[in-house]
Structures are given as structure tokens and as C-alpha cells.
Design a protein around this ligand. Structure first.
Ligand code: AQP
Length: 355
């Protein structure tokens, strides 16, 4: 635990269709955390351009993710919603972190290996250094908690490594300037400028898998649209995708242990649990022994019931681009003030002369 004021930060990339994995793994948690924390939610357009994006589509997607945040229940007045590129301090801090992070640390990032694929020489430098920008997103606000899906766990560990190295490398300077905060690290109380941010990864939906292949995560970039439920899909399409979802021939077990070795069944039970805010145990207590021919229609009804109102609200909000832009601009101004306070300290800590 650290002694920083609790603050939640997270981001979503505007890289195409938002899907059920993004919603259950991230956005729905963002909504819940608003009750207990101050929250900053960011549409990370600078992350998106680490792979090629058509500029017009990028602007549309940025507004669409913002509309999804608002339609899901994020309160942009009480909390902060903005797009990353408006707050230049993210890029400035990312550069400083590029000089803190080690090549070896970034070389171990599995997401880079997956996204770059075999043609690594041709990947952008930005894709390689993506995790240092993510660390900057979080630490520009000295955020203490980050709700994310399971796939981001390694990046969060890197964020902690960067924070710790910065705190160690500049410990004397931080103490001299009196800008540190006392925090617990292992058995010790230490003084540091950046918190060691905690990931919030829990519940039945930390990794929603593809509907076509239970070994792959549901993803925006999967070429098969049948692999994912998009937040904009209508009721018929949601039902069709669930009907066509790959399963095995067995009935559902009555306890979670019976889902072992059955990734597709496990995934559908996890989705049902997450949509209903109950555990997998509860789902199986009620539906154990059911064939998929019975369970899939029940899941489709539930998914439509939960997602249709969000899709309708998203369409309504997306239709008013001026309103969406005003939310982002207001959020960007408020985020920029906080980030600038951090950067002022960081420039002094690092010895970068100003003014
Ligand atoms: N399948 C998933 N299950 C649970 N959570 C997920 N997230 C993504 N996929 C799943 C979480 O959604 C948040 C936003 O993700 P992102 O758009 O910033 O990046 P991503 O993880 O790269 O998302 P995609 O959909 O998989 O995009 P592509 O195909 O471009 O790689 C994050 O918190 C993420 O964990």
C-alpha cells in the first residue's frame, strides 16, 4: 500500500470496434469505481497510432469511445474524460521514461511480440516503446489504481518498475526538493515521487475470449467479426454471434471445476456471470446440466438486455459530435492542469532548466 491520495486512471484505444471484452474487462469497472474514487479516463489516441490509423477513422473512433464511456455511465463532470493527445505532458513524460526504462525490460513485453509478429524490423518504434507512454499516462497523475483486463498486467508491472527506478535514481533530489511522499515498499518506509500503482484485475471477466476460438482473447483486430460482440451490434446480430459461438458437445457442469479444459464453455459462463454481476458458481448452480442449445438463448437474451440500452445511448451521443468534442476539450483542460503540476516537479527533479 502507498500513502498517495487514491486516484484511478485508465485508457482505451480508439482502434475500431469496442467489444464486450473492453466493456466487461475495463469500461464497466470504470463506471463502478466512480462511486469510491476520483477517476481519470482517457481515450488513448497516441497509443492507437503506434499502428497505422486512417486519420478520419481515428477521429471517428475517438469520439465513439468517448460516447461509449458516457453511454455506459461515466460522469465526465464529476470525473475527467479526455483524449490523450490534448495533454502534451504525456508525451514529455514518456520521453523521460524512455530514458529510465531499459531495452531489456521492453524487449520482454509479450504484447509487442504479439503485435509486431514475425516482421519485427518493420514495427514502429512507437509500438516498441508503447509501455513507457502507458507508464507516463498513469504517472502524469500519480494514479494509484488502474482497472484493466488481464492482458495489461505486464505493462502495469513495467509501470511500477519505471516508478521505482525513477524514485531510486533521483532519491536525493526528491528529498532535497521536498516533493516526495512516504510510502511502504516491502518492509520499508521510503520516500518517492511516484506511487507504485496497483492494477485492478478481478472478477469473472478479466479475459473474455474469442467466440470462435477459446484460446484467443476477444480483440478488436480479429479479422472475424463473429469472434466478438461489438458494443454497436443490434439484438439480431448479438443473438446470431452467440448462437454460432464455438462450444463442445457436453452439457454445462454444476461447478466451476467442471469447466477445466473446456475454454469455450468457461468463456460463455464467465460472460453470463459478468453481465449479471454474479459468480460462475452462481451461474452453474442455476444452469448446471443445461445443454448449449438452452444456455445460448438465455445468454443472448441477457446480453441484449444489458447492451442494447448502451448501444442506443452511444448512437444518440455519437450523433452530437460538438457535444462529444466539448467533453474532451473540458476534460483535457482539467487533466492538463494536473499533469503540468507533475511535470514541473519532474523537470526540476531531473535537472531540466525551465523559465
Ligand atoms: N478480451 C478482453 N477481455 C477483457 N478485457 C479486455 N480488454 C481488451 N480486450 C479484453 C481490456 O480493454 C481495455 C482497453 O483495451 P485497449 O483497446 O486499450 O487495448 P487492447 O487490449 O489491445 O484491446 P483489443 O481489443 O485487444 O485491441 P487490439 O485488437 O487492437 O489489440 C484494456 O484494459 C484491456 O485490458
Amino acid at each position: 500500500m502507498n500513502d498517495f491520495n487514491p486516484l484511478v486512471f485508465s485508457g482505451v484505444q480508439p482502434t475500431g470496434n469496442l467489444h464486450l471484452g473492453n466493456y466487461l474487462g475495463a469500461i464497466r469497472k470504470f463506471v463502478a469505481l466512480q462511486q469510491s474514487h476520483n477517476c481519470i479516463y482517457c481515450v488513448v489516441d497516441l497509443h492507437a497510432i503506434t499502428t497505422w490509423q486512417d486519420p478520419t477513422e481515428l477521429m471517428t473512433s475517438t469520439r465513439e469511445v468517448t460516447a461509449a464511456f458516457l453511454a455506459s455511465g461515466i460522469d465526465a463532470k464529476k470525473h475527467i474524460v479526455f483524449n490523450q493527445s490534448r495533454v502534451h505532458q504525456h508525451s514529455e513524460l514518456a520521453w523521460i521514461f524512455n530514458c529510465i526504462a531499459r531495452m531489456g525490460w521492453l524487449s520482454r513485453m509479450t504484447q509487442f511480440k504479439e503485435k509486431a509478429g514475425k516482421d519485427r524490423e518493420n514495427a514502429s518504434v512507437g509500438l516498441f516503446s508503447y509501455p513507457t507512454l502507458m507508464a507516463a499516462d498513469i504517472l502524469a497523475y500519480r494514479a494509484t489504481h488502474v482497472p484493466v483486463g488481464d492482458d495489461q498486467k505486464q505493462h502495469l508491472e513495467l509501470t511500477r518498475d519505471i516508478a521505482q527506478k525513477f524514485n531510486n535514481d533521483f532519491s536525493e533530489r526528491i528529498a532535497e526538493l521536498g516533493v516526495g511522499v512516504e510510502m511502504q515498499v516491502g518492509d520499508e518506509r521510503v520516500n518517492g515521487y511516484f506511487p507504485l500503482t496497483e492494477p485492478l484485475i478481478e472478477g469473472p471477466a478479466t479475459r473474455i475470449m474469442s467466440l470462435r476460438d477459446g484460446s484467443k482473447k476477444m480483440s478488436k483486430s480479429d479479422p472475424s467479426d463473429l469472434s466478438r460482440i461489438n458494443l454497436t451490434d443490434d439484438a439480431d446480430l448479438i443473438s446470431k454471434k452467440i448462437r454460432k459461438a464455438r462450444t463442445d458437445p457436453e452439457a454445462l457442469p454444476s461447478e466451476p471445476a467442471g469447466l477445466e479444459g473446456r475454454p469455450e464453455a468457461d468463456n460463455l459462463v464467465g460472460i453470463f456471470a459478468a453481465l449479471n454481476d454474479i459468480s460462475k458458481e452462481d451461474v452453474l448452480a442455476e444452469h448446471g446440466g443445461w445443454q448449449f442449445s438452452q444456455f445460448k438463448p438465455a445468454l443472448a437474451d441477457l446480453a441484449v438486455e444489458k447492451l442494447a440500452p448502451i448501444a442506443a445511448e452511444m448512437r444518440r451521443i455519437s450523433g452530437d459530435a460538438d457535444y462529444v468534442d466539448s467533453v474532451l476539450s473540458d476534460g483535457g483542460a482539467r487533466a492538463g492542469e494536473i499533469a503540468e503540476r507533475t511535470l514541473k516537479d519532474v523537470r526540476s527533479i531531473a535537472g531540466l532548466l525551465q523559465g
